[in-house]
Design a protein around this ligand. Structure first.
Ligand SMILES: [Zn+2]
Length: 309
């Protein structure tokens, strides 16, 4: 073997080794629609993933302004994780198409819909967008039931092992830890909410049926006459009547919803308005999926305790 040939072989081997180890350690680039999906993906994916969310936690997920930077991120992504249904119909499909990334289009291995297997609530008998309804496939705010967090995590896990089967044991261990921690937290939240089982409340937008079911609340009216339609004077009058006649003292809403209507109604009937976290990042202290429920349960329990005295 000549010296030149030997050097060539050596260089090839080194290049090959560097390329292989870089490939093995390359983190999966993941883009999610929501911060909640981002946070759960981070928990399951650990140091094997790099995850960003398009929507922030203090933004209305129905109405997100697509930006060129989102398209660039999607163009380079290995995995796209969406909550599905029609929550993000107004912006996610067009961003996905603009990315021209065939790996993450619906039906590809790099596309995960976390609504798969979720027992949906409020599924209408006929699909119609009459009057601007934005919940035509059933209520899409399912992550607000912490039990559903298990299904979301499972769907994310399924997506991760499809792309990185070599890390299956690692992802499975993280999934198990997440599920166990979630179950322990759920038991605590349920215990705190137990004394208020069946309590009637009012909500701004119809995004709480899963939360309501999980914690035994009874949402009797909404400030929006239909999901996505702003509160109207006639609707507010109806809500005031309902609150007075049924002794309802609390209105719950998101930080991104305008508080004027809720404050007006609460002022008239002597109730209070609670700004709850509808996603991770809704408030500075809401950093994890568990924080969403810690935050909301604490706020609701405090308000209902006050109202009952
Ligand atoms: Zn909605």
């Amino acid at each position: 073997m000549t010296m030149i040939r030997f050097k060539c072989l050596l260089i090839t081997a080194v290049t090959c080794f560097v390329a292989t180890s870089a490939f093995a350690q390359k983190k999966l680039s993941v883009v999610t629609t929501l911060t909640d999906l981002q946070q759960i993906t981070q928990q399951i994916g650990g140091d094997k993933v790099e995850v960003i969310s398009i929507a922030t936690g203090y933004q209305n997920p129905h109405f997100v302004d697509p930006k060129p930077s989102h398209i660039l991120k999607l163009a380079k992504a290995d995995l796209f994780i969406t909550s599905g249904l029609d929550l993000t119909t107004g912006w996610a499909p067009s961003l996905l198409a603009s990315s021209r990334n065939s790996k993450i289009q619906s039906g590809s291995a790099g596309y995960v819909d976390t609504s798969v297997g979720v027992p949906l609530l409020n599924v209408p008998s006929s699909v119609s967008r009459e009057q601007g309804d934005i919940h035509v496939f059933g209520n899409p705010h399912y992550w607000l039931d912490p039990f559903v967090g298990h299904i979301i995590a499972q769907n994310i896990y399924n997506g991760l092992i499809k792309l990185q089967p070599a890390n299956k044991a690692y992802f499975a261990a993280n999934l198990k830890a997440f599920n166990e921690a979630l179950d322990a937290k759920i038991a605590g939240w349920k215990l705190k909410m137990k004394p208020f089982n069946g309590t009637k409340i009012v909500a701004f937008h119809d995004q709480w049926p899963y939360f309501e079911t999980a914690f035994g609340l009874d949402i009797v009216a909404f400030l929006e006459p239909k999901p996505g339609i702003p509160p109207s004077p006639s609707q507010l009058a109806k809500v005031m009547n309902t609150m007075s006649s049924q002794s309802v003292s609390v209105i719950i809403m998101s930080p991104y919803e305008k508080a004027d209507a809720a404050n007006l109604v609460a002022g008239k009937v002597g109730g209070s308005v609670l700004h709850l976290a509808t996603s991770v990042g809704a408030f500075r202290e809401v950093k994890t999926y568990f924080d969403v429920f810690d935050y909301n349960v604490n706020l609701i329990v405090a308000a209902l305790q006050k109202a009952s005295h």
